[in-house]
Design a protein around this ligand. Structure first.
Ligand SMILES: Cc1ncc(COP(=O)(O)O)c(C=O)c1O
Length: 424
């Protein structure tokens, strides 16, 4: 296909007319398609529906003999800790199991640091200006935590193997106000990027002006491979310990997109000093997490191998939807020179980059034709994409046929907005 920019003005005008007709035909269908949030589809949730009926009346004891119906077990049932130990890459003693949401654990970790500081620091972060490095495009809810608590965000570009490390190293070395960095190191939201071993090593070893700098290592998609061979991610806790920065990383994860979103189990893992600090605070916050939920998860998955086997079933459902998005983009946009898109091997999202200045218009056009997309700018701090070009595509939730239709509409919208931009 010819690049739009290389078409003669009259050819581009003819193409625009054709696109308008296709667009109006979609509009006339009265579509109502939602591609906004990365939620599991009902069929994915059905895979774990046994969880709702799994515990028998007499089945409430953990392997340590504790009664899961009662208070206690602040850091989780041993069997649950063992599963997260493998998922997050730490010994079980360095795991704390929380409630149902890893985002809550991240939020609380930030707030505790603002109010009380962290091991190795001299004062609570909140006493002075606090800044976080935010690889972009990234996860809107990470950015919302910073914005909500007055933490200044510094954007750093994410490339194919992780964040631009030269820029990250330059920033953290010179500014002691930079206390943290958000990382979704495997199948990053929204690009699907997995950090290379070299990037993990540099993040673990880099010199930071702040002695109490933390990597918020959100490994939300640790086991969410779409293909038999998934991307591999280096163990950040080991890398940090080897570099003499044992307290640098805090790793988060959950079963939200393994069992049930909002009714799964979340956990964090870190160094012994950080874990002791977490327990100190969480012992004030709660008398113990929901261990019945942990117990039914343990009964259902049995062990980490059980989790992996379960994720193969998710992959069967998700893979066709991801491939449908890529196919639609390749068919409609391939060779046109107006967009690029990622081809993740796992996770929940595909990232689409339009020509500069077109993303908001594409989202507007798609919405008017009945296809809801995540707001343009959402993948950047403060909701502002400086180039107005990134769109996050979330194909998990709608049925496959709807994903196909929605992506054809989006592709037509990209072509229309691009033709207008190029002066059709
Ligand atoms: C990168 C990332 N982290 C965390 C979450 C939310 O996790 P949880 O349900 O455990 O709070 C999501 C959900 O979309 C996500 O994409």
């Amino acid at each position: 296909m010819t690049e739009l920019a290389k078409l003669s003005a009259s050819d581009r005008a003819a193409l625009s007319l054709e696109l308008e007709q296709r667009y109006n035909a979609f509009k006339a269908q009265g579509l109502k398609l939602d591609m906004t949030r990365g939620k599991p589809a009902p069929e994915q949730l059905d895979l774990a529906s046994k969880l709702t009926v799994l515990l028998a009346e007499s089945d409430y004891k953990g392997s340590d003999g504790s009664d899961a119906r009662n208070y206690g077990g602040l850091d989780g049932l041993p069997e649950m800790k063992a599963i997260f130990a493998e998922m997050l890459g730490a010994p079980p003693a360095q795991v704390v199991v929380g409630g149902a949401s890893s985002l809550t654990m991240m939020h609380d970790t930030v707030v505790r640091a603002l109010l009380h500081g962290v091991p190795g620091g001299t004062e609570p972060w909140g006493r002075s200006k606090t800044k976080f490095i935010c690889p972009v495009p990234g996860y809107d809810r990470h950015f919302a935590i910073c914005e909500h608590h007055g933490i200044e965000m510094l954007s750093v570009a994410l490339s194919d193997d992780g964040p631009d490390m030269a820029e990250v190293e330059r920033l953290v070395a010179s500014d002691p106000a930079i206390k943290g960095m958000w990382c979704v190191p495997k199948y990053s939201n929204p690009t699907g990027t997995t950090y290379s071993d070299a990037v993990v090593k540099r993040l673990a070893a880099m010199k930071t002006a702040a002695p109490d700098f933390r990597l918020f290592w959100d490994n939300a998609y640790a086991v969410h491979d779409l293909y038999e061979t998934g991307d591999s991610l280096a163990n950040v806790l080991t890398a940090c310990a080897e570099a003499g920065n044992a307290n640098r990383a805090i790793v988060f994860g959950s079963t939200s997109k393994i069992s049930f979103a909002g009714a799964g189990v979340a956990a964090l893992a870190s160094s012994p000093a950080n874990i002791a600090d977490v327990k100190k605070h969480s012992g004030i916050q709660t008398i113990g997490p929901d261990k019945l939920n942990q117990l039914r998860h343990v009964r259902f998955f049995k062990d980490f191998a059980g989790v992996i086997a379960h994720m193969h079933k998710h992959a069967e459902l998700l893979r066709p939807k991801f491939e449908a998005v890529i196919e639609a983009f390749e068919k409609e946009l391939g060779g046109r020179g107006v967009a690029t898109w990622t081809k993740p091997h796992g996770g929940y999202f595909i990232s689409l980059d339009t020509l500069d200045g077109c993303a908001a218009e594409v989202v507007r056009l798609a919405d008017a034709a009945g296809v809801k997309l995540t707001a343009a700018g959402a993948t950047f701090p403060y909701g502002k994409d400086p180039r107005d070009r990134n769109i996050r595509v979330a194909p998990s939730m709608p049925p496959l046929t709807q994903v196909r239709t929605a992506m054809e509409v989006v592709a037509v919208c990209v072509l229309l907005a691009s033709a207008k931009k190029l002066g059709a």
